[in-house]
Design a binder for this molecule. Structure first.
Ligand SMILES: [Zn+2]
Length: 256
């Protein structure tokens, strides 16, 4: 199993991060992609350094769409350096969030275009956070030719029509613990609709713990519940769902 999106640099895993990682390994995870994207570059730097220390952790680098309004040119310069570091396998999370609108929408769009350009320049795939902005996101991914490097819509929260749009653009979809929530039927429909070779799974830990841990601090070991839900929805074995989603993550992020 591979957790394609978790935030192990978060302050919530202070002293017990080693135990959290041990529980993930014991649960059968072979790799974790630590998403280095926060308010500023602290998260990117921390993720790059964690990936350098742990053989089963890889990193991505970015700034969350919430916070792009505060980005400086110096941030872009440093990102251009961080993305070249060893074991940095992608750019993100980047994207558009029109639900919270913490940064103005035109600023979010401009930054997202620039992140796609950065990904193409370095030949690394994108990890995108898209909330209530599927149409604009698809337009940007198409116009900026994101298909050249590919990517994943992390924690996918759209329905079948949104899924179709991203799949047509050559993107993957990643499903999180939200898939196990009662009111998430459109997301489950999309998880059945998408071809199995385009599906990734993630915890987005420490956020969004799946049932039966809903409301608690999430951690990569809980990925098993999301994989079990995916297997049941698609009528396949848990082993097959685990192997397929791990294979997809390895291919997309070119993991060793
Ligand atoms: Zn995230």
């Amino acid at each position: 199993m591979i957790d394609s999106h978790c935030h192990l640099d978060e302050e919530r895993y202070g002293a017990d991060l080693p135990e959290v990682m041990e529980r993930a390994r014991a649960a059968g995870l072979s790799a974790m992609i630590c998403i280095g994207s926060g308010h500023d570059l602290t998260s990117a730097r921390a993720s790059v350094s964690l990936a350098a220390r742990a053989a089963d952790v890889y990193a991505t680098v970015g700034i969350h769409p919430h916070d792009v309004a505060r980005m400086t040119e110096a941030d872009w310069v440093e990102l251009g350096d961080l993305v070249k570091r060893p074991r940095v396998v992608g750019v993100g999370e980047t994207g558009l969030d029109y639900f919270y609108d913490h940064s103005p929408r035109d600023t979010q769009r401009a930054a997202y275009r620039r992140f796609v350009a950065l990904a193409r320049q370095h030949g690394k795939p994108l990890s995108s956070h898209i909330r209530d902005a599927h149409e604009d996101a698809a337009t940007i991914l198409r116009e900026e030719r994101a298909a050249e490097v590919g990517g994943v819509i992390h924690c996918f929260t759209g329905g079948v029509e949104d899924a179709r749009r991203y799949l047509d653009l050559g993107h993957h979809l990643s499903f999180s613990g939200i898939m196990t929530f009662k009111n998430a039927q459109p997301i489950r429909d999309a998880a059945v609709f998408a071809p199995l070779d385009r599906i990734l799974v993630e915890t987005d830990a420490p956020f969004l713990a799946p049932v039966p841990h809903r409301g608690k601090r999430n951690e990569p070991a809980f990925l098993v519940h999301t994989i079990a839900a995916l297997a049941e929805l698609r009528g396949i074995g848990v082993e097959e769902a685990a192997a397929a989603t791990a294979r997809n993550a390895r291919r997309l992020f070119a993991l060793e």
